[in-house]
Every structure is written in structure tokens, then in C-alpha cells.
Design a protein around this ligand. Structure first.
Ligand SMILES: [Zn+2]
Length: 429
């Protein structure tokens, strides 16, 4: 997700269903590169083929130069893809496309997307790669193309001004740059993009190290991955951080222009809305009549969740502002983070129906799941901190606290305490 400042989550990066408008040329440029096409043979690659089958090599640590980690045998790729139910269909191709870096590629693809399971299938971006400017996730024609693009970045010592230099960059520094952006590394993990923190980057690095060392030792099982809800063995936070089932309806930035670049998004809370309509109607509105007027992050209706805007990158949707009538906890929020943070740093969630429409049980369940996931994965708080974020600020707002309208209205506002309680129970879960 990656490199931020310009994130993945992946992690929970947004995953566009399709691309359109001006972005197409740039995307195709990346997409049409094939393994070894541009930079793949870069001289900076100390392709040391690590043997994993013979005498046990020294364990990898955060201090290990990431370019010296090497490959894993093809049967590890095959078994991990099978074991994790991956949609990636070409293990030999992906191993070849990442030659010299195969162990890191496989470990990162597990950590980023559960080997392609947590993103939209038609994006085929197992490593959560973002545009070099950080705005949006990349989309590839084949899974192998995403792996090849990843390797090109790592082998290009001048990529983005040399963010992956020098040639002996330690793994821990590589992870900081890949996950939290170059400033994250240079600031000693103090200022990370993409909503990442020192703790989240440490967990990412530790997961990668465990996976790679596990393969080197010949262990069958690594830690749970990003896409796994079922693998609860020994890693409750990772399991809890899994996103709820949602429909990828990311609207390309050119198709709906109701957003601003207010800098990288840093998720600090949620803001609740009602749609004054249906989920499908709102989805159509954002792509049609309202394409220059309104956009939000998530919509809930008919027991479904749609995601319209990535939580990573730089698109701040015109959702919860314009902060022209700030009241309640909104005053403290704006004072602390500034007006730009209202649309940029609050996850806007719309629930189908009107201000006084009761919320059906299925929609309520989705709302609790979604907010709990944001609390765990993005705010990175536990039940003891919730409903505040890690900086002690309230994490749940209503649109009325920032704008001269009654949104989300009495039906949802009357249940905010219940929402906070239900989310807290899930976080304790
Ligand atoms: Zn609203």
C-alpha cells in the first residue's frame, strides 16, 4: 500500500473495480510492463540465490539487508498458495518474476493481501502496490505483473529518488519505507503515512521475519495472514483486524471529482451519515448526477457494505465537511487536527434510509463490524481506549457536528451509545 505519503494496507487500500479517465494511460503503462522489461535486470540486484533446503542459513532479522534474503523453493510458493486458498494462478511465474527476492515477495503478499484474497480479484495486486505518487492502488492484468512491478521498484536504486537505497538497506528500514513511506524511515518511525504507526510497522516487520524464518527452518505453518479470518492460531490481533465482507465499489478519481487532495489520509475516527435514500441509489448518484457534488467512504444498506473511496492515498471525499457549523465534539476535533482533517481523516459511513428511518438488524450488524474493524485496524485501539483514538480524541462523530444539517438524524443518533457498546464488545471479543 504502499510507500505512502504518497499506503496499502493495503493495506486496506482501496481496490478499484475498474479504471477510467486520465488514469488509464498511466496504469496501462505500468500494467503492460512484463517481468524483466524495465529495470528488472537492474545491476543493483545482488541476486544471491539463498538455498533454503540445505544447511540452515542464519535467521533473518530486521538488520538483515533485504536484498540478501533471497528466494524460497517453488514448492513453498505452491504450498502457501494452496494452504491459504489464494486466487493466484501462476506460482512459477510469480517466483520467476521476483527472482532473488522471492522470500520477501511471498511473505509480503501474505501480509498485504493474504496472497490476493483480501483485494478485489480483478485488481490482481497481491503486494498492495500504490501509484508512485501514492494516490491509488495499481491494477494489473495478471498477478505476475504485480510481482514484477514490485521487483522493479526494489531493484531500482533511483526509484522515487532512492527511497530503497542503499543497496544494503536493512529489512527493517525497507519495511518502514514500503509500509509507511520514506518519512517514516527517516523520522525513526515517528511520522508514518497511511495511518501506520511504530507499532503497526513493527508487527508487519515481525510477521515477515517469522514467515521467512519459518520457511528456512522448514516449518509448515507461518503466522496468520492478512486475509484470514479462520486462522486464529496465536494471533488474535491479526484475526480481529480482518475487514468485514464488503463490496468493492471504489469510484475512480476522475469518475467522481467530489474530493480534494488534502495530503495523505490519516484515519482518526468515523463520521456517521444517513443516505436519505438507498445503497444502490447512492452508488448510482455518486457515479452520475452527484459525481461533482458528493462522495463518501462507505455505504451500508440491505445488509451490504460498499466501499467507494480508499482509506489510503490522498483523496479526501466531500463527505463530512464543509465544517461551516462545528459543534459538540467536532469543536475539539477541528481544533486539534484542523478543518482539512474532517473529510481527510474521518471515515465517512452512510447508512441507508432517512433521518428517522429505523436501522434494520442486518445493517446494524454491518455497521458494528465496519466500525470495529476501523477501530482495530486503522485507529489501532483496544476496548479500553475505545471510543477514543490513540491521541485521546473522540473517534465517533455525527455529520451535524461539522455541518449545518441534522445528519445522521434521530434514528441513528439515538443508537450511538449502543454502537459504541457493541463495537467495544467486539474489540474485547
Ligand atoms: Zn451527512
Amino acid at each position: 500500500m504502499r510507500e505512502g505519503g504518497g499506503r496499502g494496507d493495503a493495506r486496506v487500500m482501496g481496490r478499484p473495480r475498474r479504471v477510467g479517465g486520465a488514469a488509464v494511460a498511466r496504469r496501462d503503462e505500468e500494467v503492460e510492463q512484463t517481468p524483466g522489461h524495465a529495470g528488472g535486470e537492474n545491476s543493483a540486484t545482488p541476486t544471491k540465490e539463498t538455498s533454503t533446503g540445505s544447511a540452515a542459513p542464519a535467521p533473518v532479522t530486521g538488520a538483515t539487508p533485504f536484498r540478501a534474503i533471497g528466494d524460497v523453493p517453488l514448492d513453498i510458493w505452491v504450498s502457501e498458495l494452496a494452504r491459504r486458498g489464494s486466487p493466484i494462478d501462476d506460482p512459477a511465474g510469480c517466483a520467476a518474476a521476483t527472482r532473488g527476492f522471492g522470500a520477501l515477495a511471498l511473505a509480503q503478499a501474505i501480509r498485504e493481501t493474504g496472497l490476493g484474497r483480501s483485494g478485489a480479484a480483478d485488481v490482481r495486486n497481491a503486494l498492495g502496490l500504490m501509484w508512485p505518487d501514492g494516490g491509488m492502488p495499481l491494477r494489473f492484468k495478471r498477478w505476475v505483473d504485480g510481482f514484477a512491478a514490485w521487483r522493479r521498484r526494489l531493484t531500482d536504486l533511483s526509484y522515487k529518488g532512492g527511497i530503497y537505497a542503499p543497496a544494503d538497506l536493512p529489512l527493517a528500514d525497507f519495511v518502514a519505507v514500503y509500509v509507511g513511506g520514506p518519512d517514516c524511515r527517516t523520522s525513526g518511525l515517528a511520522r508514518c503515512a497511511n495511518g501506520e504507526t511504530r507499532a503497526s510497522i513493527g508487527r508487519y516487520r515481525d510477521d515477515i521475519v517469522r514467515l521467512i524464518n519459518g520457511w528456512r527452518r522448514g516449518d509448515a505453518a507461518g503466522p496468520p495472514d492478512a486475509g484470514s479470518a479462520a486462522n486464529g492460531a496465536g494471533n488474535a490481533p491479526a484475526a480481529r483486524d480482518d475487514p468485514p465482507a464488503m463490496v468493492e465499489r471504489i469510484i475512480p478519481p476522475g469518475q467522481n471529482t467530489a474530493w480534494d487532495d488534502l495530503g495523505p489520509r490519516v484515519i482518526r475516527g468515523v463520521c456517521l451519515h444517513r443516505m436519505l435514500g438507498t445503497l444502490d441509489g447512492t452508488d448510482a448518484w455518486f457515479r452520475g448526477g452527484g459525481r461533482a457534488a458528493a462522495r463518501t467512504d462507505f455505504g451500508i444498506g440491505d445488509g451490504r457494505i460498499f466501499q467507494w473511496t480508499p482509506l489510503t492515498g490522498r483523496m479526501a471525499p466531500w463527505a463530512s465537511g464543509p465544517a461551516n457549523d462545528v459543534e459538540g465534539d467536532g469543536v475539539a476535533f477541528v481544533r486539534r487536527y484542523g478543518i482539512a482533517a474532517v473529510n481527510r481523516d474521518l471515515v465517512s459511513i452512510e447508512v441507508a434510509g432517512h433521518y428517522d428511518t429505523p436501522i434494520p438488524a442486518a445493517d446494524w450488524a454491518r455497521l458494528v463490524e465496519l466500525v470495529a474493524w476501523i477501530a482495530a485496524a486503522w485507529l489501532q485501539v483496544d476496548a479500553a481506549t475505545w471510543p477514543r483514538n490513540r491521541e485521546g480524541m473522540h473517534a465517533v462523530y455525527g455529520h451535524f457536528e461539522f455541518a449545518a444539517k441534522p445528519c445522521p438524524g434521530p434514528a441513528l443518533l439515538g443508537r450511538v451509545t449502543a454502537l459504541i457498546d457493541d463495537v467495544g464488545a467486539r474489540l474485547r471479543g
